[in-house]
Design a protein around this ligand. Structure first.
Ligand code: NAP
Length: 246
């Protein structure tokens, strides 16, 4: 077994996932957006040099899927140009980059996507920006792209779609898995990893934490949503099994 990563640097530490990771990975260096704007390469250079990071977890992103449709410039700047800056800065310093990506890089027509399945065509602008970001992250010689999906700890809406299938889960279920992958990133013999749970409808997921949630159809939603965006995470399950066996 290789040594656990020691100096971990996190972008997006104030976000939904980032907040959980800060709790799960004590000692992680996580400047907020006032200290580090990923669209400014000079900010990144300074922050990385000061931190002497060995692993950079890139969880900062423009994540408002609906707003991204009309706020394309900002979405592109943060997700695409920001990730290019992060990948370049990490690469120049020999830092291992763990890039947080999304199930939305797939078209969502059939579900059960494996890591090596072809990506796209994507169904909204946010997904396009994240797909391009993923490829930019791969410019960093030492990298791991984690595709995932999560909800806040409580289901936030009074309704949930019965006709959207997903392998996402609540952030307090997914974040510990991602934290483990970060700790063991040097032991992962792949450049892409799906971290998710089993396939279910969004409504089934919502019901687990919100008893009174009402069923609805995605036709009522504001943005185009895929039918089945579920990820196959057997690669991750196998890795964990291997690590836990004597
Ligand atoms: N939520 C999901 O369902 C989901 C699904 C799949 C993948 N992901 C991916 O997982 C990652 C984390 O998502 P999340 O839901 O935790 O996001 P979030 O709650 O929206 O947080 C986004 C984070 O990015 C930071 N940020 C935005 N622009 C920045 C900039 N220019 N420079 C530096 N930091 C900036 C934000 O800082 P401020 O708070 O200061 O603005 C915040 O800390 C993202 O890469 C997202 O694409 C999310």
């Amino acid at each position: 077994m290789t040594a656990e990563a020691e100096k971990i640097f996190l972008t997006g530490g104030s976000g939904r996932l980032g907040s959980e990771l800060r709790r799960l990975l004590p000692g992680i260096v996580a400047p907020d957006e006032t200290e580090l704007d990923i669209t400014r390469p000079e900010d990144l250079a300074q922050a990385l040099d000061e931190s002497e990071a060995e692993v950079l977890v890139h969880a900062a992103a423009y994540t408002d899927v609906a707003a991204a449709e009309h706020n394309r410039r900002l979405c592109w700047k943060v997700n695409v140009e920001g990730t290019r800056n992060v990948a370049r800065a990490a690469g120049e310093r020999g830092i291992f980059l763990v890039h947080i990506s999304t199930d939305y890089v797939f078209d969502g027509s059939r579900g059960g996507y494996k890591e090596d399945d072809p990506v796209g065509p994507v169904c909204n602008y946010y997904s396009l920006s994240k797909l391009v970001a993923e490829e930019l992250a791969r410019m960093c010689p030492r990298h791991l792209v984690i595709r995932t999906s999560f909800r806040p700890r409580q289901w936030p809406y009074p309704v949930a779609f019965t006709d959207v299938y997903t392998s996402q889960d609540y952030v307090d279920v997914i974040a510990p898995e991602i934290a483990l992958a970060i700790r063991r990133c040097r032991d992962i013999p792949y450049h892409t990893l799906h971290i998710a749970t089993e396939r279910k409808s969004a409504y089934e997921l919502a019901k687990r934490r919100r008893e009174d949630v009402a069923p609805a159809s995605k036709a009522a939603g504001k943005v185009a949503l895929p039918d089945d965006i579920s990820l196959d995470s057997s690669r991750w399950q196998e890795l964990k099994k291997r690590w836990s066996s004597p």
